[in-house]
Design a protein around this ligand. Sequence first.
Ligand SMILES: N#Cc1c(-c2ccc3ccn(Cc4ccncc4)c3c2)n[nH]c1N
Length: 239
Amino acid sequence: MRLDYLSIFPAYFDVLDISLVGKAAINGLVEIHAHDLRDWTHDRHRTVDDTPCGGGAGMVMKPDPWGEAFDEIIGTESDPSVHVIFPAPSGTPFTQSAAAELSSAQRIVFCCGRYEGIDHRVIDYARSMWTVHEVSLGDYVLNGGEVAALAITEAVVRLVPGFMGNPESLAEESFSAGQDGLLEYPLFTRPVSWRGLDVPEVLMSGHHGRIASWRRDESVRLTRERRPDLTDSDSSGIH
Ligand SMILES: N#Cc1c(-c2ccc3ccn(Cc4ccncc4)c3c2)n[nH]c1N
């Protein structure tokens, strides 16, 4: 899997070299390429933004640098196997199932906007050439797309076959298909007693059936408390 990041702050992605994603890069599972969008400007000030047509506050990212960067980084041929991701507050909420789908992609290009966003023609052009995803991390406002690109990268790469030492652990995580769309149950390890707080006795019983039942009950309880929106979905084990 090749991952490209287009941003006016490419140094944001240096962190990928020290993380597990960096290890995946060393193992050849992923290739990481960060690019400075300003490298595709031609004026002295390396301008990437301009005022919004129709007025309004803030600045909008000009289409020209994006188009020239696309030509050099992706090419000028249409290829639906290339996934181009535009993080945006107006995007579709990014989910674990979206991460799972992207984990089989061979090429992902993250377009990290800043200011008020990117000229919409850039997204329209990308849609005419590649598979585009306009996604949002959640209902809060960030200053740009870089943090979202990092979060999406981690969610996707950890699902790439060969990345996780123990792929079975993925099946028990919150939001995974194996968890019936429920939140993960509380976790405990040694010591059994810590500052007057004890590990639930059932977990020390060695009775696998009771342990499984306790864990399921806890997942259902937590999901009902914290994510009632998940309890109505068809994939959840609660109805
Ligand atoms: N994914 C995601 C996001 C973003 C996000 C993503 C890309 C850009 C580019 C520019 N901005 C700043 C901005 C733009 C418009 N309105 C308000 C702020 C961004 C925010 N904010 N919140 C999320 N969950």
